[in-house]
Design a protein around this ligand. Structure first.
Ligand code: NAP
Length: 310
């Protein structure tokens, strides 16, 4: 008997968990990973809040997810899905291999780094402007780095960079950092981390040649005054933005004002064959453990749907 097919879009914790649950239930599972495994965990230096795992590096966690899924026969397809058609069968279009039909779909697009949108950010990307301290921090050993943002990611980035850089300056638009107490206390304890509150970055400046790097960040205080902070790098950590347009265009979901797919804890959409899980859907908390939970729920509900057809 032919196996039912499950297609998963996105290879972060939500997508790969859905794939693992699907494969263990006997589905033929393909994950469209867009060339990137692990989602945000791949950018995370240290994971210390996943139950049962007191410490693991982000890339190691991502690798383990993939290995576990592959052992169960999950196929990873290194392509981006460009459109989803839910007219007759559920069909995905990719640039490389064309159309791909599936019985059920779990979309786990995750989210991408939010940009500041100020002058210099795009021009100096890769030359001192970065969205990942673990990826690029080592380039700034012994130097000064600005971290922009006031949440958990900013705190994590600042802590990571404080082990590498001489000085780290957190720039935050409000007067009190928000995030987990354990992370914030560690930030406050580091002597080489300075915090500049009530300030926004309005420009990133760099050397006046195409090969030159960042030389500083222009910040604007609440009273409108501006000053330039000298720095060799600016790490932007101002949250994430979901990339749900492809799914929205399929007509089976609606997005909220921030671009998240409106879906409840069941991960169901208006089409019984299509589920949405992880950080790309509306939810109060976005953590690895909540993404993993979504992946399992979406897969189990997809399996229930398939069983209901027999
Ligand atoms: P976040 O919690 O959404 O925080 C984003 C930060 O950037 C906030 O301080 C926000 O300011 C600021 N911000 C947003 N838009 C901005 C803009 N346009 N200009 C300037 N500043 C802006 O994002 P996150 O820290 O990346 O975390 C994402 C999720 O992952 C959260 O749920 C977080 O708890 C979780 N996470 C958890 C851990 C952990 O548990 N160890 C580690 C990393 C991430 P306001 O405060 O003024 O809104």
């Amino acid at each position: 008997m032919e196996k039912n097919r499950l297609a998963v879009i996105g290879a972060g914790p939500a997508g790969i968990t859905a794939a693992i649950y699907g494969a263990r239930s006997g589905l033929d599972v393909s994950v469209f990973d867009g060339g990137f495994i692990g989602g945000q965990t791949a950018w995370t230096s240290e994971i210390e809040n996943y139950p049962g795992v007191d410490f693991i590096e982000g890339y190691e966690f991502a690798n383990r997810l993939k290995t576990q899924a592959e052992k169960l026969g999950v196929k990873f397809i290194n392509e981006n899905v460009e459109s989803i058609n839910c007219g007759g069968s559920v069909s995905l279009k990719t640039q490389g291999s064309g159309d791909f039909d599936t019985d059920v779909l779990i979309a786990a697009f995750g989210a991408k780094h939010r940009k500041i949108g100020c002058p210099g950010e795009e021009e100096l990307a890769g030359r001192g402007v970065s969205y990942c301290a673990t990826c690029d921090g080592a380039f700034f050993r012994g130097k000064t780095a600005v971290v922009y943002g006031g949440g958990n990611t900013a705190a994590e980035n600042a802590l990571y960079l404080s082990n590498v850089c001489d000085k780290v300056i957190i720039v935050y638009r409000k007067d009190k950092l928000r995030g987990e107490k354990v992370l914030l206390n560690a930030v406050f304890d580091r002597e080489n981390i300075e915090i500049v509150y009530n300030s926004t970055i309005v420009e990133i400046v760099g050397e006046d040649n195409t090969a030159g790097g960042v030389t500083g960040a222009v910040i604007e205080k609440q009273n409108g005054s501006r000053e330039t902070i000298a720095a060799d790098a600016v790490f932007v950590a101002i949250g994430m933005q979901p990339e749900n347009q492809v799914l929205a265009e399929s007509g089976v979901v609606n997005l909220d004002k921030q671009g998240y797919v409106i879906a409840d804890e069941s991960c169901r959409t208006d089409d019984p064959r299509v589920f949405v899980s992880g950080d790309c859907r509306t939810k109060e908390h976005r953590q690895i453990v909540t993404a993993v939970s979504d992946g399992a729920v979406a897969a189990m509900n997809a399996i229930s749907y398939l069983n209901s057809l027999n």
